[in-house]
Design a protein around this ligand. Structure first.
Ligand code: 5GP
Length: 190
């Protein structure tokens, strides 16, 4: 998606060799007009899948998922990273290794909000090693529901997540695929 690629080139910052900081428009301050264009694009890519629900993970995926959901006209469920007293006791649980935090954490979704006849589109801001998306796909499987596909804003093509998920037969559509970030210079794959 050209608009997103141009924005990454304009405002993205490369940290080290493998972290892209986009918090001026994607995951801290959020450019809602850009999200709106991203939402339309996700809808164009997945409209034929009869999606009944969008699943994301807190917190960075929520904004993107909510804007996209307005096009699909379906609810958004987000996986919670903390165990809270007000979360139902009947939850689906997956373990996710965080690439940015370097530790494993549990994510939980109440069993009430995904059921066997759901067709679930997974949405997230980044795809690195694929652990977050795999955890969410696992939760969809635990519910006996179907994964419609995985919609990602920014895939880092030089990390293994995209390959891993596609090899599992999951449809991954990324709006921008960063091919390399060598010496702070960002380039995209087509
Ligand atoms: P994965 O589970 O695919 O290894 O990593 C994806 C998750 O890690 C995303 O939910 C995202 O929040 C975070 N992440 C991975 N790489 C980056 C990055 O380069 N920049 C930012 N801002 N977040 C990232």
């Amino acid at each position: 998606m050209e608009l997103l690629k141009q924005r990454i080139l304009k405002d993205g910052q490369v940290l080290g060799n493998d972290i892209l900081k986009v918090d001026s428009f994607l995951n801290h301050q959020m450019d809602v007009q850009l999200f709106n264009e991203m939402g339309k694009e996700f809808f164009r890519l997945f409209a034929h899948k009869n999606v009944t629900k969008i699943l994301t993970i807190e917190s960075s995926g929520i904004g993107i998922a909510c804007i996209a959901a307005q096009y699909f006209n379906v609810p958004v469920v987000f996986a919670k990273k903390t165990e809270a007293k007000n979360l139902d006791s009947d939850t689906y649980l997956a373990e996710v290794f965080s690439f940015t935090k370097g530790k494993t954490y549990s994510v939980r979704v109440s069993q009430k909000y995904i059921n066997p006849n759901d067709i679930v589109l997974i949405i997230d801001d980044f795809l690195a090693n694929g652990k977050a998306a795999l955890g969410l796909a696992d939760i969809v499987g635990q519910a006996g529901a179907q994964v419609a596909g995985i919609g990602i804003a920014i895939e880092k093509g030089f990390q293994d997540g995209g390959k891993l998920l596609r090899e599992k037969g999951l449809e991954v559509q990324s709006l921008a695929i960063v091919q390399s970030m060598q010496n702070g210079k960002i380039s995209f794959s087509e």
